[in-house]
Design a protein around this ligand. Sequence first.
Ligand code: TPP
Length: 328
Amino acid sequence: MQPTSEQRRWMYRQMVTSRHLEERIETLYMEGKTPVFNMAKGPIPGEMHLSNGQEPCAVGVCAHLNAEDVVVATHRPHHIAVAKGVDLNAMVAEIFGKATGLSGGRGGHMHLFDADVNFSCSGIIGESLGPAAGAVLSRKLQGKPGVAVAFLGEGAANQGAFHEALNLAAVWQLPVVFVIEDNAWGISVAKQASTAVPRNDLRASAYGMPGVHVADNDVDGVFAAAGQAIARAREGRGPTLIEIETSRLAGHFMGDGEDYRPEGEKEALQQRDPIPRYRQALLEAGLLDEAADTALVKEAHARVEAAIRFAQQSDFLPPEAALETVFV
Ligand SMILES: Cc1ncc(C[n+]2csc(CCOP(=O)(O)OP(=O)(O)O)c2C)c(N)n1
């Protein structure tokens, strides 16, 4: 399954948008947090997990989805939220903790919920699979259409919830796709130190579903694998497990010293940054020229800048709002 020219340009545009968002957040997040790193300070307090390098996983999957399909993402959710079409202003405002955010600023960057496009995520590792499977179990029982995608990291594939969800999804032949973003690290723990098999897609056979591997952070490879799996789910033929070899170009979270990485690893990953690679592929295919690229990048950056301004100019909820939408 090959993407059309329009789909390829769409995927590139989403990746450029997401990357610019991450690069801007990286700068804004550090405001007020130094000289001694204090996570509680600055305009974006708390942990921050950036998705630089993992953009192919988001765009190659979401290119096949529409607003009614369900996506449940992880603690590293920005690239996926952008590709799923989450309202950018409300998303950035949520990251800044503002009243105009998706949840009035109550959730922050790991808890982005947008019911309009059926997007959610969670800071709890392995917590995407159950809700994704449950969402389409509900749809199936009600005779409603739509597929679900659960994203997770390769570290999460060692959680009990992973195995339970795969088993039931296969037993009930649910229209769900499990997408593992294998960035080779769970915080500072290397995949080979935590996982008994070299590739998690091999685990699919234990649950009677297809397992598909995508190598080298390949945008069109993700598109092809996800396209088949999502078509299969839409046809009522059950779940699929996909593992994508991707790269985490940033630390696990902002403030991570990354001293666990072997020497030269980060530089090597940066050399294989998927966005310049995809740009080059589109130029060579004649789907983009320098002028079109400049215009596309300018427009994508302007969208992000407008969302940041919106967030910065928004107010916080008043303190008494802390007592709303909770059980007291
Ligand atoms: C249930 C649970 N256990 C532990 C943590 C702490 N934690 C946060 S991120 C992380 C590692 C996740 O690794 P992976 O699933 O590979 O995703 P990545 O961070 O590489 O994107 C852990 C253990 C958590 N958030 N939730």
